[in-house]
Design a protein around this ligand. Sequence first.
Ligand code: ACO
Length: 343
Amino acid sequence: MVASGVVRKASRVGGRPVKIASLATYVPPRLLTNADLEQMVDTSDEWILKRTGIRERHIVDPGVATSDLGQEASVKAIKNAGLEPDDIGVIVVGTVTPDMFFPSTACLIQHKIGAHRAWGFDLSAACSAFTYSLTTASQMVASGAHEHALVVGADVMSSIIDYTDRSTCILFGDGAGAVVLSAAHPGDGAILDFEHEVDGGGGPALCMPAGGSLRQASHETVDQRLHYVKQDGQAVFKFAVRKTEEISRRVLERNGLTPADLDLFVSHQANRRIIQAATEKLGVHPDKVIINIERFGNTTAATIPLALNDALCSGRLKKGNLVLLASVGAGFTIGTVLLRWGF
Ligand code: ACO
């Protein structure tokens, strides 16, 4: 209960201001097009495009893992920030497809990029992994514990997709994005607020049933194809539309803002229709909504940095822009980050 006279804090952000100092992305060169999928399952380019907005996805070659994609994005992000790997204090890697259970992908990336002074860990929040990781790492810079943090969103979804299941295999791709977070100075951009939720009741609607401690890998689990993504597509769709709108509205209202104040809305890219329905309900003008799912599919932890990168490269994202990031993912996990872009 809030005591009378206590003023509700406008933002969850505390400590010193923190900015996104740089951004870099990486996707593997090989393409998996809708025409390719037509040869693999009973589907059509027309159906996929109409129902999801996806034309093609990038897919790794055998032997290429999440840490490899994360390494490529991280090296560029650190360079773009004008830093050396040794300047990084902490690495947070959002992923649902780690190279292996352990060591963590953060350890593998730390070693590959030579960030000798960094500690780090993986963060599991599926499609919300980038917003969760951004919030988590920014707190460590805000507190003064670290000067620079590296946030990586990377997934090799093709490693857990059943390419005989037309309801899921058309959706996903592989990719990585990385940002460096640094203390912000006046006039720089900054992370202004965040909001996150979990609705654990949504677990069965989107999961990989086997391979963990509950259903250990066995011949039986392999035969039953339980090491792949399983989902109730319509339940996920409805939840994602509702929650994207709800959490976005909440964080805007708390900061005295309306959707019209936003310069850019960058949502997790799961389905073009999810993004369009959520932003229509929210009342964000379509010109302010970044949709690049056509070229990448759903890359889980990498969609938001890939979308930010496209916005930046096309001139739609500029210094000083007010940007809202939003995500809904397996769990269910829900997240939003409000920020002022700094470069
Ligand atoms: N090609 C052709 N037909 C298909 C395909 C396909 N690839 N997939 C399903 N169909 C068929 C179905 O069998 C069904 O046929 P029927 O009417 O004869 O039974 C018909 O198309 C309609 O199926 P629905 O499941 O109702 O189709 P819907 O419009 O819901 O689209 C989709 C399915 C694309 C999976 C959608 O529900 C969706 O995107 N859901 C969100 C899931 C998601 O993004 N999850 C991943 C990440 S979680 C997150 O990021 C939020």
